[in-house]
Design a protein around this ligand. Sequence first.
Ligand SMILES: NC(=O)c1ccc[n+]([C@@H]2O[C@H](COP(=O)([O-])OP(=O)(O)OC[C@H]3O[C@@H](n4cnc5c(N)ncnc54)[C@H](OP(=O)(O)O)[C@@H]3O)[C@@H](O)[C@H]2O)c1
Length: 250
Amino acid sequence: MTSSRPPTLGFIGGTGPEGAGLALRYASAGHRVLIGSRSSERATATAEGINQRLGQDLALPRDNAAAALESQVVLLAVPYVAQQETLPALAEKIGAKVVVSVVVPLAFQSGRPHPLAVPGGSAAQEAQALLPGARLVAAFHHLGAKHLTDLAHPLEGDVLVCGDDAEAKAVIMALVEELRDLRAVDAGGLDYAQPVEAMTAVLLSINRRYKAQSGLKITGLPSAGLPVRQAGSGHRPSAGSGHRPAGAGG
Ligand SMILES: NC(=O)c1ccc[n+]([C@@H]2O[C@H](COP(=O)([O-])OP(=O)(O)OC[C@H]3O[C@@H](n4cnc5c(N)ncnc54)[C@H](OP(=O)(O)O)[C@@H]3O)[C@@H](O)[C@H]2O)c1
């Protein structure tokens, strides 16, 4: 990958509202997006829908395995309950790629959202265990599909990014900040993904109460000197080196 060409993004579960919404936003930012699915019909319909909206052929239908293999950065956008059965078959295709999980372990009880207890800590940590070679990052949990899908709606707020691999985290933080008005905040190692994932239930509960689409904003940070700003000053972190720097956690 050269620094001038945006990385191709592969969406596992790219036909759902969240994956398709992120794919739409990143295709509109110039990325080639591979819409992974178990169904070629659903992948084709989603890719065509994105291309029609943008007037460009940047979305391509794929099965999940091809989306994993042909992309430079992989986005996991399946339901939490589907991870266990979906990811092992993709481990070899993904190898040492940067993988970002948007997965939220969530259940609705009497219509109210609640975080699920996750034996492996968080969905992202369980994904890391299922994809041992991959460089897992957790992000995007607090961006709802409704706003992602509405290109006229500016995205706003902070995206909390967790991961143990500094280079992978910098790749995803730079990706976040390609979307106008979003700020990436380094929220620590992958072991911080659990509260970040669980916070989504709180935001959904607020949304119900206020009939809103709430988001997160972290206050008190310096306006300059955030890690992504440093990493992003004229340099796009490489998605494809497969290099694993040490000591990048929380
Ligand atoms: N929706 C939101 O606003 C939102 C916001 C933040 C985070 N998230 C998280 O993002 C992820 C995706 O959300 P979503 O609302 O797009 O989910 P979804 O519609 O329930 O599922 C996404 C896609 O995953 C695939 N899938 C479903 N069940 C599967 C299974 N058992 N095995 C393999 N693949 C399966 C389906 O694609 P195919 O049938 O085409 O294979 C489906 O279109 C979830 O983990 C969610 O917690 C969602």
